[in-house]
Design a protein around this ligand. Structure first.
Ligand code: 2IT
Length: 444
């Protein structure tokens, strides 16, 4: 079996040289579904896996804009339209200096299976730019967003491809992108999700990724007869996902003691609660990408240039970016008594860390844990199509139901004796629906 998988990966690497993050994401899925794939000659004959690893379309474009000093700046824009077997391409836009084609291909690939797990009619896609919002003024961000959309608008649409936010793209950026799309197309449609409440956005969308991740973690804990209440949790990041997760952990009686940024991490042993949660929004709005000011504001401990995984906790929830937990972090967590890691970031753990975590504690991957964000995006699309707005409780109940469902799917496909292999469960569970849809739709 390994030699077959190795051959598949070698072929992929030959065709996509240097796309390391993409190779990492594919290898994890291939390894999980291989047995299942081999038992289904229909899939092999139709080369389903080979087709799944090739995006349906990749768009790359120049994004020129003028900064506040009058200097011309050039960034690169991308949209990876990965798979439309289950619905219009759906997935976020990431604006960050680290963005490359490899990163967006890994995210678009993952998104396909994640969206399938939600059971909502959404294909997979991802896009963004190497533009860094850090230190940019509001005017610069607006001009960048307008230039970005001046090319992207011809490739997207409410029934074609529906982008949303990701790292560096929040409510403000979605507003500028939407405004430019509407101006160019002369159409007010649900072409983006994460919109403001007054103009087509959904209640609970800002909270959805973090809330959903904690709902999922709660189901993982119930499975072993435990609960969030009374547990100490470490969180990384301080953006939208961290904010939502911290709020929900507090609501359920747990205590979050860390957040982090590119400058280091905060250890607040009293717990990040109440006003401190609101302060995260302020910190974010400064656009400086640092967490150190939290320490001055609340008298907590700031540890420069380190990640929060050395702090002893019961549960770890990475909420920042890919490969933010490596093997030594995973070992440190386990050594300090951590029982569970629920990944709220996309591919938050390296392949070696995943292997170690799967053997030594309870681990669930981002495509299951963080699917609540895109799930509520799917609900925003439904509300836009019906031209109605659901109340908060309705959206939150649906989100909760979807997360419960994803957990059940992971149990169904990942149960291995007493243990649940969440990686296998999420990958096989996500794969089956996409594969069946692709088979039914012929060689396209
Ligand atoms: O990684 C993700 O699932 C997202 N950034 C959200 C995508 C979406 O379309 O809401």
């Amino acid at each position: 079996m390994m030699s077959d998988i190795n051959e598949f990966i070698t072929n992929l690497e030959r065709r996509t040289p240097g796309e390391n993050e993409f190779h990492q994401a594919v290898e994890e899925v291939i390894t999980s579904v291989w047995d299942f794939y081999k038992k289904n000659p229909r899939y092999q004959k139709a080369k389903i896996l080979e087709r799944m690893c090739e995006p349906e379309r990749v768009i790359m474009f120049r994004v020129p804009w003028v900064d506040d000093r009058g200097e011309v700046q050039i960034n690169r824009g991308y949209r990876v339209e990965f798979n439309s077997a289950l619905g219009p391409y759906k997935g976020g836009l990431r604006f960050h200096a680290s963005v490359t084609l490899s990163i967006l291909k890994f995210l678009g690939f993952e998104q396909t299976f994640k969206n399938s797990l939600t059971t909502l009619p959404m294909g997979g896609g991802k896009g963004g730019s190497d533009f860094s919002p850090k230190g940019k003024t509001d005017g610069e961000i607006m001009r960048f967003c307008q230039s970005f959309m001046s090319e992207l608008y011809r490739h997207i649409g409410p029934n074609t491809d529906v982008p949303a936010g990701d790292i560096g793209v929040g409510g403000r950026e979605i507003g500028y992108l939407f405004g430019q799309y509407k101006r160019l197309k002369n159409e007010f449609t649900g072409v983006l999700t994460g919109k403001g409440l007054a103009w087509g956005g959904s209640l609970i969308r800002p909270e959805a990724t973090g809330f959903g991740a904690v709902y999922f973690a709660q189901h993982m804990l119930h499975e072993i007869g435990s609960d969030i209440a009374g547990q100490t949790v470490s969180v990384s990041g301080f953006g939208n996902v961290a904010w939502g997760a911290i709020a929900k952990v507090n609501e359920l009686g747990g205590k979050v003691v860390t957040i982090s940024g590119p400058d280091g991490y905060i250890y607040d042993k009293e717990g990040i609660s109440g006003d401190k949660i609101d302060y995260l929004l302020e910190l974010r709005a400064t656009n400086n990408d640092v967490v150190a000011p939290y320490a001055d504001e609340f008298g907590a401990h700031f540890v420069p240039n380190k990640r929060p995984w050395e702090v002893p906790v019961d549960i770890a929830m990475p909420c920042a970016t890919e490969n933010e937990v490596c093997l030594s972090d995973a070992k440190e967590l386990a050594k300090n008594g951590c029982k569970m890691l629920a990944e709220a970031s996309n591919m938050g753990c390296t392949a070696e860390a995943v292997e170690y975590l799967s053997e030594n504690m309870i681990y669930a991957p981002g495509k299951a844990v963080n699917a609540g964000g895109v799930a509520v995006s799917g609900l925003e699309m439904s509300q836009n199509s019906m031209r109605i707005n659901w109340p908060k409780e309705e959206v939150d109940n649906r989100l909760h139901g979807i997360m419960r469902n994803i957990h059940e799917t992971c149990v169904e496909y990942g149960k291995n004796g007493q243990k649940i292999d969440y990686v296998k469960g999420a990958n096989v569970g996500g794969f089956v629906k996409v594969a069946e849809a692709m088979l039914a739709q012929g060689v396209v």
